[in-house]
Structure formats: C-alpha cells, structure tokens
Design a protein around this ligand. Structure first.
Ligand SMILES: *[C@@H]1O[C@H](CO)[C@@H](O)[C@H](O)[C@H]1NC(C)=O
Ligand SMILES: *[C@@H]1O[C@H](CO)[C@@H](O)[C@H](O)[C@H]1NC(C)=O
Ligand SMILES: *[C@@H]1O[C@H](CO)[C@@H](O)[C@H](O)[C@H]1NC(C)=O
Ligand SMILES: *[C@@H]1O[C@H](CO)[C@@H](O)[C@H](O)[C@H]1NC(C)=O
Ligand SMILES: *[C@@H]1O[C@H](CO)[C@@H](O)[C@H](O)[C@H]1NC(C)=O
Ligand SMILES: *[C@@H]1O[C@H](CO)[C@@H](O)[C@H](O)[C@H]1NC(C)=O
Ligand SMILES: *[C@@H]1O[C@H](CO)[C@@H](O)[C@H](O)[C@H]1NC(C)=O
Length: 367
C-alpha cells in the first residue's frame, strides 16, 4: 500500500529533476565589478577614514541582516549577495581583503567608482569628495593582476563556467558632473562616452575568456532623494506624475537605450558569449508606481528611510550614518535606504527579477 502510494510521487520527482537541473546553470565562480550598489567591503579597506565614506561604516548601515556595518551601503544585503546566495555561493570576498580564497568568487566593486577614467574628471575640472581613482578600467586591472592566482593556465575552462557581473556604472559619473556645476546638457552629452567605456570594458573582459556577463543599466536618478533635494525645481512641469524630475530620468533613459544597443553589438562581436542586459530603471519605477504591491507601505515612496531633512529625508551634511541621524523603524516598507542607495527589500526583488524574472534579458538562470 505504502509502496503503491509512493510510486506516483517518485515518478513525479524523477521527471521533474532533470528539468530543474537543466534550468539552474552551475557556475564555478562569480566575479563582480561595480560601485556602492555592489561593494561588499572594499571601500572599508581602501579608504576607511575618508570623511565621505566613514558614514557607511557606522550604524544603522547593516542593521537588518548583518546587525552591524560591513561597508555595504544599505541596511542589509546587496543584489550581489542575494544572487550569490541563490546560486549556492557564500558572500563574495572584497578583492582588497587579505588572506581570502578568491577561487569561488571575488568582488572588485568599490563605492564611488565611475565608468569613465579618472583623467576625464581631472581634465574637466570635476572634483568631488567621493571621487577616487577606482574606475571600471582600474578594477579590470586588479582582476588581471589577480588572474594568475585564480586559474593561471586553466583560465579558458575556468572562466567558461564563471559568472561575470558588471555593476551599475554611470550614475556616479553623472552625479559628480552635476554636483560640480556641469549643466544637464554637458551630462547628457557625456552619455555616449560613459556607455563606450562600459562597452570597452566588456570587450576587454570577453577577450580574456569570460563567456557569461551581466551588464546593468542605470537607475532613474530623477526619483532619488539626492537629486530631488539638491536639484529641486519651483516649476511643477519639471516633475512627472510620480514626482520625479524628468530631465534626470531622461538622461538615464538615453544611457540605457545606448547601453542595451551596445550589448546587442557585443553579442554579435562575441557570438560564443552569453550577455544579459539587466535593469534598474524599470524596477525602481515599478516600485514607485505601485509601492503597496511590493510591500513598500511607508506611504512616501520617494522618501529615504535613513536620513534627515524635508521632504525627502535627505541632507548631504546630516546623512545616514552620521551622529544623531536615525533610520525608519521598518526599512522593508521603504524603497530607498539613505537617499542614494536602496533597502535590502528593494535589492532582493531586483535580484530575483534578474535571476528568474523580467528585469533581465535573458534572466541569469537562463544564461
Ligand atoms: C581608460 O584607461 C584604460 C586603462 O589605462 C585605457 O585602456 C583606456 O583607453 C582609457 N580610456 C579612456 C577613454 O581614456
Ligand atoms: C589611476 O590608477 C591607475 C591604475 O593604478 C593608474 O595607471 C593611473 O595612472 C591612475 N590615474 C590617476 C589620474 O591617478
Ligand atoms: C602558473 O603555472 C606555471 C606553470 O605551471 C607555474 O610555473 C607558475 O608558478 C604558476 N603561477 C602561479 C601564479 O601560480
Ligand atoms: C564552454 O562551455 C560550453 C557549454 O556550456 C561548451 O560547449 C564549450 O565547449 C566550453 N568551452 C570550453 C573552451 O571549455
Ligand atoms: C516650466 O517648465 C516648462 C518646461 O519644462 C517650460 O515650458 C515653462 O516655460 C517653465 N515655466 C517657467 C515659469 O519657468
Ligand atoms: C540627450 O541627448 C539625446 C541625443 O542627442 C537627445 O535625444 C535627448 O533628448 C537628450 N536628453 C536630454 C535630457 O537633454
Ligand atoms: C523561477 O520562477 C518561477 C516562477 O516564479 C518559480 O516557479 C521557479 O521555482 C523559479 N526557479 C528558480 C530556480 O528560482
């Protein structure tokens, strides 16, 4: 009787199992590049005392998941942490940490990093306390230096099974330009340069045996408290129906259109590679449009959880992580964590949308 009951169950299991193992790719390592949306501890090693970055190392950063600051610019885990976990990997060690095993994964992302080289900012007289010489191209140099200790003579086979992830590059470039007084037309005219530098970096990586790469677009800067606060307008027609500043979102739309075209060109150039274009713009707009659907029940979707100042709870000189500045009691009811970065809840929804949903083309699990 028992055996008879068990039989159909076993049949179901055995007919499902091959399908599942086919759909989950088995990566042997994850290699990540990026900025503060991806940094799992490099800035804490590189510039622990820099006034710009010190707040990231103070509570309440990290309060939700780690229960202490880790250098991650959120209340909890980042997209890269959630993707690594869902693919069966431990958290990726920051590349600048000592005595780590990097053979299963490594994260070269550094908060504040840009797509454009440092010289671009020097030549255009763009200064910013967050600006360091840690561009995407510098991070690729770090990767190339580390390569012999990861795979040496077996890199072709090794990287054939590795997942390479670019972070969200471009937003820092645009913020540094805007905060140094460059016009929106200057920013907009730099978009092709920024996208070209991401494309060149992808080419540099794909030429060295990388075969699976994720390339994300930028966020809607016009919906971020940092822009809404410092570039506020008295002209109501500068805002869209969500309350976001239109021109800054239009720069992101332009960037993302050029970048997704660049990804299409890369697929032609490197036919053996699988390249996913993943989104930040669309999920954030979805969250702001239908916050309750995603559990963002704060009632103020454009407001940061942690910070000070009205109406967006953002103030650069009294920001999250600075003395006396507090976080909202329930970060998971907020989209935005500190005015620039998102809450773990937002990152979790985006990460799952990249792995197995509609926020990446193709989804990572279909690579
Ligand atoms: C940025 O730096 C890299 C490495 O030094 C170099 O290959 C690349 O040409 C530079 N890009 C620009 C736009 O100067
Ligand atoms: C940035 O760092 C790279 C790599 O270490 C170096 O080659 C370059 O000269 C530096 N650029 C500036 C402007 O300091
Ligand atoms: C790479 O492999 C070669 C040949 O096996 C060996 O001589 C060399 O020391 C290795 N390098 C590293 C960094 O492991
Ligand atoms: C890379 O992996 C694919 C299957 O995923 C396989 O067809 C191909 O032969 C592999 N190439 C190398 C150089 O290992
Ligand atoms: C407000 O902005 C719109 C376009 O965004 C412009 O046409 C209009 O002239 C502006 N109004 C004022 C009072 O500046
Ligand atoms: C940015 O430049 C592109 C291409 O010239 C143009 O289509 C777009 O309208 C511009 N956007 C803004 C916000 O100026
Ligand atoms: C992918 O998403 C579908 C639908 O949400 C779900 O049924 C499936 O279990 C997911 N697969 C993995 C491997 O996460």
């Amino acid at each position: 009787m028992k055996a008879l009951l068990l039989l159909p169950f076993l049949l179901v299991l055995s007919s499902f199992h091959p399908a599942i193992s086919n759909t989950i790719p088995s990566f042997n390592a994850i290699v990540s590049f990026g900025s503060s949306y991806e940094d799992t501890g490099n800035i804490a090693i590189l510039a622990p005392t820099a006034p710009a970055y010190r707040p990231f190392l103070n509570p309440p950063y990290g309060e939700t998941y780690f229960h202490h600051p880790t250098g991650r610019a959120s209340d909890g885990r980042l997209i890269i942490d959630i993707i690594a976990g869902n693919l069966g990997f431990p958290f990726l060690p920051p590349s600048l940490s000592q005595g780590q095993d990097f053979s299963k994964g490594v994260n070269f992302a550094v908060s504040g990093a840009t797509a454009l080289n440092h010289t671009f900012f020097q030549q255009n007289n763009i200064r910013n306390q967050y600006l360091l010489n840690t561009s995407l191209s510098v991070q690729l140099g770090w990767f190339e230096n580390m390569k012999p200790s990861i795979c040496n003579t077996t890199c072709v086979e090794y990287f054939n099974k590795s997942l390479f992830m670019f972070g969200k590059f471009g937003d820092n470039d645009y913020l540094y330009m805007l905060f140094s007084g460059k016009t929106i037309d200057f920013v907009n005219s730099s978009v092709p340069l920024v996208v070209d530098s991401i494309k060149s970096a992808a080419e540099r990586l794909l030429k060295q045996e990388a075969t699976q790469l994720v390339v994300p677009g930028t966020r809607p800067n016009g919906c971020m408290p940092v822009i809404l606060t410092y570039f506020a307008s008295t002209n109501r027609s500068d805002y869209d129906s969500l309350g976001c500043l239109k021109v800054y979102n239009n720069v992101a739309i332009y960037h993302n259109a050029l970048l997704s075209d660049a990804v299409k060109q890369l697929r032609v150039e490197f036919p053996q590679a699988k390249i996913s274009y993943s989104q930040f713009y669309e999920p954030i707009i979805d969250f702001v449009t239908n916050p309750y659907q995603y559990g963002f029940t704060s009632g103020t979707p454009l407001r940061a959880c942690c910070g000070s100042g009205e109406p967006y709870n953002y103030n650069l000189i009294a920001g999250c992580g600075q003395p006396g500045v507090t976080a909202c009691p329930n970060p998971s009811s907020f989209i935005n964590w500190d005015g620039v970065h998102l809450t773990e809840t937002s990152y979790d929804i985006i990460a799952n949308g990249w792995l197995n949903g509609s926020y990446a083309d193709p989804p990572i699990l279909a690579l």
